[in-house]
Write a protein that binds this ligand. Structure first.
Ligand code: SF4
Ligand code: SF4
Length: 94
């Protein structure tokens, strides 16, 4: 049986970001959040908690898994859509 490491798998991933961010985080809603679930659940580590308590987010290497949207406990904090026009993440078989 051939096993594949995560690093090997990641070489099959390509990102072509949308011109407009496909995920927008509302900093006003996040300000009172104490859980910061997004920071811990995103498999691509795209959310960072800054020292002033605000959230820094970068959409460019998103796997489009939807986990942040499902895990966030504040309605309206995350606006989520798929990237348009064939953009976003793509995976090759090998
Ligand atoms: S996106 Fe959701 S989980 Fe993350 S800081 Fe904002 S409110 Fe909290
Ligand atoms: S959709 Fe997935 S990979 Fe993209 S920001 Fe949300 S949790 Fe991270």
């Amino acid at each position: 049986m051939v096993s594949t490491t995560l690093a090997e798998k990641m070489t099959t991933v390509r990102f072509r970001p949308d011109h407009e961010p496909h995920i927008v985080v509302d900093g006003d809603i996040c300000r009172d959040c104490t859980l910061h679930t997004c920071v811990y659940v995103c498999p691509a580590n795209l959310f960072s908690l800054l020292s002033d308590g605000s959230i820094l987010f970068n959409h460019e290497e998103c796997f489009e898994c939807g986990t942040c949207y499902v895990a966030c406990n504040r309605e309206g904090a995350i606006h989520w859509r798929y990237p348009g026009g064939g953009r976003g993440v793509s995976f090759r078989d090998s």
